[in-house]
Design a protein around this ligand. Structure first.
Ligand code: TXE
Length: 503
């Protein structure tokens, strides 16, 4: 049994129950959903499912808080101060939050610390700075009129988070929504409620008024569906799978609620023979095996130019076999367990599919040996003969790389684009011409040249095609979480026709 109670764990506590936090109060009535540690398979606590009545209360509280105005009408200087305090408090609790995240989803602790929680801190700092820099527009082309355009917060944002990087992705939504004065109702995944619960407590401790952020727990098909179709919400932001995204958009569409959807990916990671070979190898391994492969932006379809194909595949497999798999609570661990049992079974089923489809599994493709508990899946590399196979088209969302050969740049662009997804793409080359062509040829929301993912919060992150609707960044969130209002003021008394004045 992996040891989850080492030095880090000793000083931290698992919440006895993750209740629903509404208007600053914690509600504990309702069905309890077990929260399972993917490493020990033990139930570590429970989350309380919000039924319709609790959800209504959360939405009503968010609406009333918004109308009351303590936050929605506060100066941006004040909001900035609170957002900075939140960031500082999350940073102070970095170790605890990283530990909770690892306990809940199995991400290696170093990644929880240096990527997930660090990103949560950055999200609040970024929006603290951004919200103080916003401005409106003025038009005065019509000589007698001044037209000003201002932005107002929209009201209540429903924020539905995923289980693969809960604290990093859900805090992006919270920070983006509240920075502009909105209230929100946050629903974490039923599989990963721990950090959202703790962060909501920290938001209150940092001085965010009660009722600005309300937390509801629950399963997707019940609480999630009820939240998406509720007529009390004004915006909906979701990160998760494409099928769920479709259902959510259609539910929200009935109330004309605008949505942003950050969905799945099957991103091409293209290695040309003129690339810096070691960098490309390191970057490709990071691209597919970080966060146990459970990331939408994984470079899961690796395309390698023919002249270096055999060498690259051999080196990639050898490095994959060397990955340090083990307890995610050990700082040296590079690969931990998958987040849930059902997801483990799903990833495993792709290994069978790969064999059926005639792919060669060079390593992995099965449950890892030597663990008495935990959803440990061996890091997997499969060489695939064609791109139209399901193994190359469906998002596996695990430590599972597919590798294909290509000849010319045109082949690479064609294969990269033969996908219903279009989230990101990675290109490794030393040719400026290839790099600039890639930037134009690849249909994806983000093209990374000679680097693994770098998330610049000022730039939009969002997918083309089935990878999403809308994007997240400072400007995108400002546009999404605010309404524009145009006000027209005559600068001199306008001469009006006098209707009805003539006999
Ligand atoms: O996530 P879901 P699932 C992909 C990945 C994964 C697949 C399925 O390929 O294997 O999606 O994952 C809530 N109305 N990604 O099914 O269902 C749910 O409670 C409202 C990509 O486990 O998308 C949770 O809070 N909400 C990804 C959230 O949706 C609903 C991250 C996400 O769960 C709902 C995760 C409904 N009808 C999975 N049904 C990424 N883009 O990073 C579920 N939910």
């Amino acid at each position: 049994m992996p040891d989850t109670t080492g030095d880090i764990a000793a000083s931290h506590k698992i919440p006895a129950l993750c209740g629903n936090i509404i208007g600053g109060e914690t509600y504990t009535q309702g069905d309890q959903i077990p929260v399972i540690c993917p490493e020990t398979e033990e139930v570590v606590t429970h989350a309380v499912e919000a039924d319709d009545e609790t959800l209504d209360l959360a939405i009503r509280t968010a609406q009333e808080t918004f109308e009351q105005g303590e936050w929605s009408k506060a100066s941006s200087d004040h909001r900035q101060k609170v957002l900075f305090r939140i960031a500082d408090l999350i940073e102070k609790h970095q170790e605890e939050l990283a530990w909770l995240e690892t306990l809940n989803i199995g991400a290696p602790i170093r990644q929880s610390e240096t990527r997930h929680v660090t990103r949560a801190v950055l999200n609040f700092r970024f929006f603290a700075e951004y919200c103080s820099q916003t401005s409106g527009d003025a038009y005065y082309q019509q000589p007698d009129y001044l037209t000003v355009v201002t932005r107002e917060p929209v009201g209540v944002a429903a924020l539905i988070g995923p289980w693969n990087a809960p604290i990093a992705l859900t805090t992006m939504k919270i920070a983006g929504a509240i920075a502009f004065g909105n209230s929100c109702v946050v629903k974490p995944s039923e599989f990963s409620p721990l950090t959202a619960f703790r962060v909501t407590q920290l938001l209150l401790e940092a001085g965010l008024p009660e009722g600005v952020v309300n937390l509801v727990n629950g399963r997707g098909g019940s609480t999630g569906a009820a939240l998406s179709s509720h007529d009390g919400i004004d915006r909906l932001s979701f990160t998760g799978g494409t099928a769920t995204g479709r259902a959510i958009m259609s539910a929200a569409g009935k109330n004309l609620v605008p949505v942003t959807l950050e969905l799945g990916g099957k991103s091409a990671n293209i290695i040309f023979d003129d690339a810096d070979y070691e960098q490309a190898l390191d970057g490709s391994l990071l691209g597919i095996f970080s966060n146990n492969g459970q990331q939408c932006l994984a470079g899961s379809r690796i395309l390698v130019q023919r002249s270096i194909f055999d060498r690259f595949v051999a080196d990639f497999v050898s490095r994959t076999n060397n990955l340090r798999m083990g307890s995610s609570f050990d700082r040296r661990t590079e690969i931990g367990p998958l987040a849930t049992k059902s997801h483990f079974n799903r990833v495993l089923s792709f290994a069978d599919l790969a064999r059926e489809e005639g792919c060669e599994i060079l390593t992995g493709g099965r449950a890892a040996d030597g663990y008495s508990s935990g959803y440990f899946f061996e890091p997997t590399v499969a060489v695939t003969p064609r791109n139209d196979l399901r193994i190359c088209q469906e998002e596996i969302f695990g430590p599972f790389a597919t590798i294909q050969v290509f000849d010319t740049p045109e082949d690479a662009w064609r294969i990269a684009n033969e996908s219903d997804f279009g989230l990101v793409s990675y290109v490794w080359t030393s040719s400026l011409e290839t790099a600039t062509t890639a930037h134009k040829a690849i249909k994806a929301g983000m093209v990374l040249i000679n680097t693994p993912i770098v998330r610049e919060l000022r730039a939009p992150f969002g997918g083309f095609k089935d990878s999403g609707v809308g994007s997240e960044s400072g400007a995108s969130c400002e546009a999404f979480y605010t309404e524009q209002k145009t006000t027209v003021i005559p600068m001199a008394k306008p001469t009006l026709p006098k209707l009805g004045s003539e006999a």
